[in-house]
Design a protein around this ligand. Structure first.
Ligand SMILES: [Zn+2]
Length: 378
């Protein structure tokens, strides 16, 4: 089983989120042949596909590799130098949608698991895969739902590695051990519309807006042991006033908060409400939580991957909690989770690509990771 071949096979499926387009079915066929217990799961009205597959060797820990086969749309295909869903190899580089995010990492963990199993069928534990076709979009019927299904079905995962592209530039430079939470907010500030020449007859919501902005921009915290400080970013201010002689009736402000493990999302919302209430302006706050922060650390899991990375790449990876949300936030609810994948430099871009050497190295890293975690001696 060749990692470049499997990467290319997976990249040929037009699995634009949330469509599997045959990608998960293809993997299921492969794993079935190797003796994995496969469950192709469909959730939601649109029957979003997910795959959970497990190979049990012994009673030891179940180590799960997680990822997604869906990809973002290619954008304007004319801008691409090659067909986005016809993988192309040129000068040691593999081009196509999903090369970085994250079909090559899936190929790498499947190939390394097969190699591990071929060498030792009776290892003491289980190897499983949790794959979804719903990560890049709303992610409502993806990993989140699979995690619920696992709990209901009494299927236990002990350690999980998510193969998202965690390295900004070089393979082996960064492992993610947690992520900040994220929430979006919208504030509508109401005033009283009127003529600018008669300010005493109106209430300008922009005056209140300025107070709201400086209040929102106040520090949330100083950071925590493992996380950078929480940060609120104002992303939009909308008055929509097209004339020059009118005090507007209302203004709308949008913001996003990335918060660390000092807060649960409802605590962030409470803190913001307290601050806004002190301003005595007429406001309405709406919030939507995208994910809580998490830090589910396991020394065994971390050491197993870090040691493998060091051996293969000679790099000492940074243990980071930076960046956006990922499906690891759902898995962290049931077991320790870590993220390590390929280089993410071109993810979601036109002409997405990856070095073939890096895919091979990643496969070697995952193989060593399995050896480390199961402590098998060959
Ligand atoms: Zn991804």
């Amino acid at each position: 089983m060749n990692v470049l071949k499997l990467s290319s096979d997976l990249m040929s499926f037009k699995s634009i989120s949330p469509k599997s387009a045959g990608s998960l079915e293809f993997i299921q066929d492969l794993l079935n042949k190797w003796g994995f217990d496969c469950h192709l799961l469909e959730f939601g009205e649109t029957k979003v596909k997910n795959l959970y597959a497990c190979f049990t060797g012994g009673k030891g820990p179940n180590v799960c590799f997680a990822g997604h086969t869906d990809v973002v749309p290619p954008g304007d295909e004319k801008e691409w130098d090659s067909e986005p869903f016809t993988p192309l190899v040129k000068d040691g580089i593999l081009y196509g949608r999903g090369a970085s995010d994250m079909k090559t990492a899936i190929a790498a963990f499947i190939v390394s698991s097969k190699k591990f199993l071929d060498l030792n069928k009776s290892f003491n534990g289980s190897i499983s895969f949790l794959l979804t076709a719903d990560e890049e979009g709303d992610a409502d019927y993806g990993t989140k739902t699979v995690v619920e299904w696992l709990s209901k079905s009494n299927k236990k995962i002990d350690y999980c590695l998510v193969g998202e592209p965690t390295n900004p530039n070089i393979l082996g430079e960064m492992v993610k051990v947690g992520r900040r939470g994220s929430l979006n907010g919208e504030i509508l500030i109401k005033g009283k519309q009127g003529h600018v020449a008669y300010p005493e007859k109106c209430k300008n919501p922009i005056d209140d807006l300025l107070l709201v902005c400086s209040s929102l921009n106040e520090k949330l915290d100083e950071g925590s042991k493992t996380f950078q400080p929480s940060k609120l970013t104002i992303t939009s201010i909308d008055v929509g006033n097209k004339v020059t002689n009118l005090v507007p009736n209302s203004v709308k402000l949008k913001f996003n908060v990335r918060f660390n493990d000092n807060f649960k999302s409802e605590e962030v919302i409470k803190l913001l409400k307290n601050r806004l209430d002190k301003l005595e302006c007429n406001y309405d706050l709406q919030t939507k939580v995208s994910g809580e922060s998490f830090f589910n650390f396991s020394e065994k899991l971390t050491e197993s991957i870090v040691n493998a990375i060091k051996t293969v790449t000679k790099n000492d990876p940074e243990l980071s909690t930076s960046g956006g949300t990922s499906d690891a936030r759902f898995i962290s609810k049931i077991c320790p989770v870590i993220e390590f994948g390929i280089v993410g430099k071109t993810m979601h871009q036109i002409n997405e690509n990856i070095s073939i050497k890096d895919i091979e190295k990643l496969s070697d890293i995952y193989f060593l990771f399995l050896k480390n975690i199961f402590k098998d001696k060959f």
